[in-house]
Design a protein around this ligand. Structure first.
Ligand code: UD1
Ligand code: CA
Length: 486
């Protein structure tokens, strides 16, 4: 990777194809792996080379693809491919957009997402050292089906590339495939593309034909094998999409393990490309950490947890939880079985416990919502404890309203807070209360009618039942806890 712009380098990324084999409404290059579209990975890799120009060729669903380009590489130029099909035509139109550029053109495929910058700089170095017209990145693979094959002559020099559909049975035995990644000298590329025809099985302009044309013109043509064949994986269908996602995840997991993160079960742990994890984070099995989630030192995530675009503070513990756009403070405790929806903020040392759903709510430092609750559009101060079954009734069928709970409030079990409502600092509420009116600081709020026991009701109204017999036995034995008022 270079720090300065490589003035002799232009990068072209091919992203105009439909991707028929995906059988999808979504253009192939926009299918995500690791939280980014396939094309997004290629754009990040290309940008890391600091090329003088970066061009992306689009056609199928061009607006959607162009929007992804703007998001992942704002400085890239988008070029529209016309109706003439094929990778050769795509590059031809990209080259026209490069103007009088005279350096090397690196061509990448939007559907080959695992290529790494180091592989590309290696390819460029080899290309420049040999002063070649074309250097193609190749790979030796166990199953070459579907790829173009690199054909070499008796002395081992590259002769041409043949596509799967045009290849003879004999040619299909070749295990060296074209990765769809190439370095060209700009002048030779433009010249030879003008000679490419559509005389082949798919009636497309093949970029790969440039290799044979350059060789026939007596120019230097080479293939540089990729150091790791898996990085050359091309995604044409959803089987390969899952393979690419798995390989990318393996790479990301290993990177974090080397950076000091304990990942107990890499096979069931999925971490997106944009996640950041600090040293001594522990990730337990069955966990997905997605989008730009950031986890601070010492936190434990999992088992069976999904975090999407969350911030997790130091030494927080999150078990069996599902959280999106939530901020979880240091030493806070979440789960098991918690659902944190967008806008949840949990202060330091706080707790969102078992079977608790939260949304657009701020829970202050040291405050706890431990069991069976729904907390929405709510502000909770510090050191609050809500009893089991707290419900904020935030929706009156027309509008959403806020509940504001002060500091050091303790609520009884099974309370409903009918918003808009405010509970003052230090207030307490009784079990089963339905809080419809504001509670002043330090008050005890009760809303449940005093209990009334109707003596002998069961024996009178349900004679002969098991309940009546049990009550009679209890009465004659005068057991304590027999329901008589004391
Ligand atoms: C291509 C190569 C093949 C190579 C393989 C590597 C050609 C003729 N064949 O085959 O040798 O082994 O990639 O993965 O180049 N695209 C356009 N415009 C088009 C057609 C395609 O921009 O008109 C783009 C696609 O969006 C895709 C890339 O080019 O990103 C490759 O196209 P695809 O149809 O997948 O080519 P393959 O058959 O895989
Ligand atoms: Ca392909």
């Amino acid at each position: 990777m270079t720090d300065q712009i490589d003035t002799g380098l232009a990068v072209v990324i091919l992203a105009a194809g439909q991707g028929t084999r995906m059988r999808s409404r979504l253009p192939k290059v926009l299918h995500p792996i690791g939280g980014r579209p396939l094309l997004g990975h290629v754009l990040h890799t290309a940008a890391a080379l600091d090329p003088a120009q970066l061009v992306v060729v689009v056609r199928h669903e061009r607006d959607a693809v162009a929007a992804a380009v703007a998001e992942h590489a704002p400085r890239a130029t988008v070029v529209d491919q016309d109706d003439i099909p094929g990778t050769g035509r795509a590059v031809q139109q990209a080259v026209a957009a490069l103007g009088d550029f005279q350096g090397d053109v690196l061509v990448l495929s939007g559907d080959v997402p695992l290529i790494e910058p180091e592989t590309l700089t290696g390819l460029l170095d080899a290309h420049r050292a040999r002063a070649a017209s074309v250097t193609v990145l190749s790979a030796l693979v166990a199953d070459p089906a579907g790829y173009g094959r690199v054909l070499r002559d008796a002395s081992g020099d590259v002769e041409r590339i043949v596509e799967q559909k045009d290849a003879t049975d004999h040619e299909r035995q070749v295990a060296e495939i074209n990765a769809g990644v190439y370095a060209f000298s700009a002048a030779a590329l433009a010249g030879h593309l003008a000679e490419v025809t559509r005389d082949n099985a798919q009636q497309e302009m093949y970029l790969t034909d440039v290799i044979a044309l350059a060789r026939r013109a007596g120019e230097r043509v080479a293939a540089a094998p990729a150091p790791d064949a898996t990085t050359a994986l091309g995604v044409n269908d959803r089987v390969q999409l899952a393979e690419a996602a798995r390989l990318l995840n393996d790479r990301i997991v290993r990177r974090w393990q080397r950076a000091g993160v304990t990942i107990q079960d890499p096979a069931t742990t999925w971490i997106d490309a944009d996640v950041t994890l600090a040293e001594d984070v522990t990730v337990l099995p069955g966990t997905q950490i997605l989008r730009a989630t950031a986890v601070e030192r010492g936190a434990t995530i999992g088992p069976d947890t999904t975090l999407v675009a969350c911030e997790v503070g130091e030494d927080a513990v999150i078990r069996r939880a599902d959280a999106t756009s939530a901020v979880i403070g240091p030493r806070a405790n979440v789960g098991p079985f918690a659902y944190l929806r967008p806008g949840t903020y949990l202060g330091a040392g706080g707790k969102i416990g078992t079977y608790v759903e939260t949304k657009n709510s701020r829970i202050g430092e040291g405050s706890k919502v431990p069991h069976l609750s729904y907390i929405g559009d709510t502000e909770i101060g510090v050191n609050v404890n809500l009893g089991a079954g707290a419900i904020t009734a935030n929706y009156d069928d027309i509008d959403k309203h806020r509940t504001v709970i002060g500091d050091e409030v303790h609520s009884g079990s099974h309370n409903v807070f009918v918003a808009p409502v405010r509970i003052g600092d230090g207030a307490k509420t009784g079990a089963g209360a339905v809080i419809r009116k504001d509670v002043p600081p330090g008050a005890l709020a009760l809303s449940v009618a005093p209990q009334r026991n109707v003596e002998g009701w069961v024996e009178k109204n349900r004679p002969g039942t098991g309940a009546a017999e049990a009550a009679e036995r209890a009465r004659s034995a005068q057991k304590p806890g027999d329901g008589t008022q004391r």
